[in-house]
Design a protein around this ligand. Structure first.
Ligand SMILES: Cc1ncc(COP(=O)(O)O)c(C=O)c1O
Length: 427
C-alpha cells in the first residue's frame, strides 16, 4: 500500500458528512463500511450509549445475562420470522464463523457424522477470518491463503451482465439451479448451503434474479441441507426490506446480522438459529452438545443498548418505507450514468448501487486492473466532496440508510462528475 503515503484524519462526523482535520467535508458514500444508518453524531444513539455506560459497561454472557442484550434478542427474534434464539458476537466475520460451527455441529449433535461438507456460491463474501474466507472465496482477496482454507463445494451465481456464451439469462439461472440439484441428489454429506441473502455485495453488487434464492432454499429443504443466510450487508433495510429472506420467501435455519445492527455506532453482530438447531444443542452436560464459542465482548450491554435504540428508531421513523421512497432517486440518474462511455452496467436495489466500469462497452472489458482504481476514485471523490470506495472496477454507492432525497441526489451528481473526471486515468 505504498501508494497511499499518509491518510487524511477524520475528526468529526455530522449527518451524512465526514469532516477531516483540515475542515474538508465529504458525503460518506460508503456509510463507513456499509454500517451507518442515521448519519453521524445522532443524539438519540449517543444518549443510549451514555446512559448505558453509566449503568453497566460490560459484563460477560458466560453464566450471566444483561438487560439490554436480553431485550435486543427478543426484538431480533420478533423481526426474524421462524428464528428462535440469538448468539451474539462482535463483528460479521465472527457471526459467520458461529453460523458455520452451528451448522456443522448440528449434524453431530443429532448423531449424523457424515454431513460435514459446505456448499456456497462462487464470488460470495462472508468476512476475513479463515472460516469466513473458506465459505466466501473471492480469488483476488484470499488467493494467498488458498492452501489454508477448508474446501467447499461452489456453485455459479447468475450475473445478468456477464452471462456465459450460449445462454439466455433465464437459461443460465436454470443451469445454476440444476447444478445445485444434481450435486445435492448425489451427495448426502452436505451439511449446509451458505450464501449472502438478496445479493452479493463485496462480490460486485450481484443482485440475485427473482426466485433464485427461494429456489435454493427449496432445494435445501428437499435434500435435507441446512440453509444458512448472511444478511450482514443486505438486511436491516440495505436492500429495501428489514430481512431480505422474508422478501425472498426463503426461510433459513441460521441467519447472521451485523453492520447496521447498532446503527454504525458500536461493533456487534448476531447469529440467529431456528428451534430445530437450538434444541440440538440442549443435551445433558456430559453429552457435550453445547457450542464451544464465545468472545470477550459477546452481548456487550452498551452495544446492545445502542442497537435497541437503533431498532426503536427504525420503527418510530418507519425507516424501511422511507428507504423505499428515497431509493427511487437512484433511478433518476440511470440514463445520465449509463451514457458515460466507461459505464458498462449499473446494478441497484434499495440503498445500494454498483456501477461497473469498462474500457470497452461492447466487449465488456474491465478498466485497467493495473491501476490503483480505488485511490484514483478516492482522490477525485474527495475533490468533489464525497468519500468513495471502489471494489475492483465497481464504484460502490452505499450511503447511510436515512440519507435524504436531496443528499442522495447530490451524491449521485458528484459521483457522475467524479467518473467523468477520472475517465482518462483509469482505462
Ligand atoms: C456479507 C458480509 N458478510 C460478512 C462480512 C464481515 O463483516 P465484518 O467486517 O464485520 O467482519 C461482511 C463485511 O463486509 C459482509 O459484507
Amino acid at each position: 500500500m505504498k501508494e497511499w503515503g499518509s491518510f487524511d484524519e477524520i475528526t468529526k462526523g455530522k449527518g451524512v458528512w465526514l469532516i477531516d482535520s483540515k475542515g474538508n467535508k465529504m458525503i460518506d458514500a460508503v456509510a463507513s463500511m456499509w454500517c451507518n444508518v442515521w448519519g453521524h453524531s445522532n443524539p438519540q444513539l449517543i444518549t443510549a450509549i451514555i446512559e448505558q455506560s453509566k449503568k453497566l459497561q460490560h459484563s460477560s454472557l458466560f453464566n450471566l445475562t444483561n438487560e439490554p442484550a436480553e431485550k435486543l434478542a427478543n426484538t431480533l427474534v420478533k423481526i426474524s420470522p421462524k428464528m428462535y434464539k440469538v448468539f451474539y458476537s462482535d463483528n460479521g466475520s465472527s457471526a459467520m464463523e458461529i453460523a458455520i460451527k452451528m451448522a456443522l455441529q448440528y449434524w453431530k449433535n443429532i448423531g449424523n457424522d457424515k454431513k460435514t461438507e459446505i456448499a456456497t456460491l462462487e464470488n460470495g463474501y462472508h468476512g476475513d477470518t479463515f472460516g469466513a474466507m473458506s465459505v466466501g472465496y473471492v480469488p483476488e482477496f484470499f488467493g494467498k491463503f488458498k492452501r489454508q482454507l477448508f474446501s467447499t463445494i461452489q456453485f455459479p451465481v447468475p450475473n445478468k451482465y456477464r452471462i456465459p456464451n450460449g445462454f439466455t439469462f433465464t437459461d443460465y439461472q436454470n443451469h445454476c439451479l440444476e447444478k445445485i440439484e444434481s450435486r445435492f441428489s448425489k451427495n448426502s454429506n452436505i451439511a449446509a448451503f451458505v450464501m449472502e441473502s438478496g445479493a452479493q455485495v463485496a462480490g460486485g453488487v450481484i443482485i440475485y434474479p427473482k426466485r433464485f434464492q427461494f429456489k435454493i432454499s427449496q432445494l435445501c429443504k428437499k435434500y435435507d441441507v441446512l440453509f444458512v443466510l448472511d444478511e450482514i450487508a443486505t438486511g436491516f433495510g440495505r436492500l429495501g426490506s428489514m430481512t431480505q429472506y422474508e422478501e425472498q420467501k426463503s426461510i433459513p435455519d441460521i441467519v447472521a446480522y451485523g453492520k447496521m445492527l447498532t446503527g454504525g455506532y458500536l461493533t456487534m453482530a448476531a447469529t440467529l438459529a431456528n428451534k430445530k438447531i437450538y434444541d440440538s444443542f440442549l443435551g445433558e452436560f456430559n453429552e457435550w452438545t453445547h457450542l464451544f464459542h464465545g468472545h470477550t465482548y459477546t452481548g456487550n450491554p452498551i452495544a446492545a443498548a445502542v442497537a435497541n435504540e437503533n431498532l426503536n428508531m427504525y420503527k418510530k421513523n418507519n425507516l424501511i418505507k422511507k428507504i423505499q421512497k428515497t431509493s427511487k432517486v437512484f433511478d433518476e440518474f440511470y440514463d445520465e450514468l449509463s451514457e458515460i462511455d466507461i459505464v458498462g452496467d449499473i446494478r441497484h436495489k434499495g440503498m445500494i448501487m454498483g456501477i461497473e466500469l469498462v474500457k470497452n462497452k461492447k466487449k465488456k472489458v474491465p478498466i485497467n486492473p493495473q491501476k490503483s482504481i480505488n485511490k484514483i476514485f478516492f482522490e477525485e471523490g474527495k475533490k468533489q466532496g464525497i468519500y468513495l470506495r471502489t471494489l475492483g472496477n465497481i464504484v460502490m454507492l452505499v450511503p447511510p440508510l436515512a440519507i435524504t432525497e436531496k443528499e442522495l441526489s447530490s451524491l449521485l451528481q458528484k459521483t457522475i462528475k467524479t467518473i467523468q473526471s477520472v475517465k482518462s486515468k483509469v482505462v
